[in-house]
Design a protein around this ligand. Structure first.
Ligand code: NDP
Length: 256
């Protein structure tokens, strides 16, 4: 288990950090870890649909808001809708006047979708609705945040795409999940090719002990032997602090 980071005093700087899917699972664990590496005056935007869970997380982070003058906003939205994406961008814009060292966008929110064979997906609405959250919203949100915080000298810019081994490996009956993760991987590779000043990382976090894994066990009977989110969050933090990955790369938890 990895639960200690050797940072040598490194931080993520005075950072505006946006985490989608922060209410539970990996996003929530990552929020806890990240706060330890933010300089005073940083801003954390927590995005998800569950207001209660986001407020609970904000309360858990109170120590950082008081000691590190960390500003935390809960953005309660459904990211599969245009209104939801617009609202997240609107709140980010409210913070755009502040002098920041680093913009860090963590595209983490996702869903499992129906686990069924290709031949069962005749309904375009079902497919589009899945892709809307799992592909389109990550693109539209990233585009919106790029517009709010244009690249400029002295501003570090990082985008993390929460990926999966199924972005590169086909699994029968997982057509929605595999397709969305593969599309996201390419989408963020294109961003890396377009924007030399933005560091882009697709991170596959390994099997995590979250609601998503519980659903997998319930729906398929497969036990992937998940481990605590904190272990994987620590590895992602280490990658971000070291910052020596090449932009656009896909890195798996087990390879770190
Ligand atoms: P969970 O299902 O536990 O959490 C998903 C998060 O996304 C929740 O905070 C949820 O909040 C949010 N979310 C879901 N739908 C929406 C929506 N429409 N609008 C806004 N927010 C939404 O997922 P995990 O923590 O397990 O997974 C995190 C990431 O890691 C995902 O991208 C997943 O694909 C990836 N991953 C996970 C693995 C695992 O083993 N768990 C393995 C490999 C990759 P709320 O319900 O409050 O909206």
């Amino acid at each position: 288990m990895t639960d200690v980071i050797s940072t040598n005093g490194r931080t993520l700087g005075r950072c505006i950090c946006i985490i989608t899917g922060a209410s539970k699972g990996f996003g929530r664990a990552l929020a806890h870890q990240l706060c330890c590496f933010l300089k005073p005056g940083s801003v954390l935007l927590l995005v998800a649909r569950s207001e209660t869970l986001l407020q609970e997380l904000k309360e858990e982070l109170k120590g950082f808001t008081e000691e590190q003058q960390l500003v935390v906003h809960c953005i309660v939205v459904d990211l599969s809708t245009q209104e939801g994406v617009n609202e997240a961008v609107r709140v980010a814009r409210l913070e755009a006047e502040k002098e920041m060292d680093h913009v860090l966008l963590i595209n983490n929110a996702a869903s499992l979708g129906d686990i069924s064979q290709v031949a069962s997906f005749t309904d375009l609405d079902v497919v589009n609705s899945y892709m809307s959250l799992n592909v389109s919203s990550a693109l539209a949100l990233t585009a919106g945040i790029l517009q709010v915080f244009p690249c400029k000298p002295g501003l570090r810019w990082t985008v993390v795409n929460l990926s999966s081994v199924f972005a590169i490996q086909a699994l029968a009956s997982w057509v929605l999940y595999c397709t969305a993760k593969a599309a996201r991987k390419m989408m963020f590779s294109v961003l890396a090719a377009e924007e030399p000043n933005v560091k882009v990382l697709s991170y596959s976090p390994g099997p995590l002990d979250t609601e998503m894994q519980k659903d997998i066990l319930r729906l398929t009977g497969v036990d992937n032997h998940p481990f605590p989110c904190q272990d994987s969050a620590v590895k992602l933090l280490k990658l971000l602090l070291d910052n020596d990955f090449s932009s656009g790369t896909h890195i798996d938890y087990f390879a770190v």
